[in-house]
Design a protein. Sequence first.
Length: 250
Amino acid sequence: MELIQLILAAIILGFIYKKMFRWGEADSISKKQAYISLGLGVLATIITFILAIVIAMSIVDLGYNLADIENQFVKASALAFFRAGFPEELSKLLMIVLAVKLFKPDNIYKYILIGAGVGMGFTLNEELVYGGTLMGFCRFFTVAFHMLLGIFMAEYIGRGIFHKANGEPYKLLYLTAFLVPVVIHTFYDALTAYNPAVEIGDIDDEVVGMWLLAAIVFEICIIIWQVVYIKRLKKIAAKYVNFKFNSISA
């Protein structure tokens, strides 16, 4: 089942990625750069694993145990943040910045293509972990989630560099590039992977129902967001291709 989900994810995301190259017309990154971006996305999952272990050990050394948190929302959010939202998005950010250093893209749309490649590579490797499980099946409906967060991150990094090159305020754009994906990712995992309704414990049926409803509503919102965001990319592609600037370090 893992292999099937991996193949399906590769087909869906590959189709989207190919379309994105067409939207950028001739002024896109090379195939070599695209493949390297995918590889960096896979590497990001390994870095995430290491970061998650370091964070978990650090929390224990400080005398805390996230599992002991009584408030269900705080507990789910803390687990999602420290185990997924923060380390995964930080890993993707590092790989996007590395790709920017290597490729020196000269327009914002090329940044977006790099972010898409990193996010896609991250997703494909995750399918080997979640594929074949109920969680993996549910997450498959949001298969473009990581890819789009990578695009968002790269877009705002590119905008930040463009603003910096033109002497405009840019620091808030850099913060947005990282903080927004972390927040969205944390809420997503808090309502899916770490949803109290799927945890073993004494929870009232009514509370379980509320958590499951929240998960379904948020899942639907993410599905809609994927479609809207991809359509937006098609509209802004030509605009961002024309946002050219001299290569400046991120």
